[in-house]
Design a protein around this ligand. Structure first.
Ligand code: ZN
Length: 199
């Protein structure tokens, strides 16, 4: 079994983070114009809502502003982030990915004897909804990667269909699916055969 977590505490969040990651990949890989994707859009907004819990004072009413324009902008943003991870992984130096403005609030909850750390977004001006939602997504990606202890070089984009995916094990995975891998192998085989015949 593959272990993505690094501590006992994180074990409890693994399944939730895995689901969030799958959702982000599905969102990045889906053609949104089709009507049947309304449920996917709803799931994305639910995810953003869960990130914003406790941030209502800095991000008022973002979700009620949900429109196709916002969701398309968000999708573009996720794709760009994934592309950047994949691109920067191939470079040899420590490469910046993105910055997030805000502050960390550190508290103690005596009743249950626990420390709490909470990130607070910088205040968002009205009219900047897309910018705010992009920040939420950035935070979601950071939380997922940190909690699952992901390796950067396991993020890929399928060279055949363009889908993004995460390679779950050490074993190198070049294509997003068996279908894409088989299609490429078949194509290479046909090309080889054709070249042999024409010789
Ligand atoms: Zn593919």
């Amino acid at each position: 079994m593959v272990r993505y977590w690094t501590s006992k505490k994180q074990k409890s969040v693994v399944s939730e983070r895995r689901e969030q990651l799958d959702l982000l990949f599905e969102f990045a890989n889906t053609e949104l114009k089709e009507k049947k994707n309304d449920q996917l859009k709803r799931q994305i907004y639910d995810l953003l809502n869960s990130i914003m819990t406790g941030h209502s004072e800095t991000c008022p009413d973002l979700i009620s502003a949900g429109s196709d324009e916002l969701i398309n902008g968000l999708q573009k943003h996720i794709r760009a982030r994934l592309k950047k991870i994949i691109h920067n992984t191939k470079l040899l130096a420590e490469m910046p990915l993105w910055k997030m403005g805000g502050s960390i609030e550190f508290t103690v909850e005596a009743k249950i004897n626990r420390f709490h750390e909470r990130f607070r977004f910088r205040k968002i001006k009205a009219g900047n909804e897309l910018k705010a939602l992009k920040r939420m997504i950035d935070k979601a990606i950071i939380d997922i990667i940190r909690d699952l202890d992901f390796k950067p070089n396991r993020f890929h984009q399928c060279p055949r269909c363009g889908n993004f995916f995460y390679q779950p094990t050490e074993k190198e995975k070049s294509y997003c699916s068996i279908r894409c891998g088989d299609a490429v192998r078949l194509q290479q085989f046909r090309k080889l055969k054709k070249n042999n015949i024409s010789k």
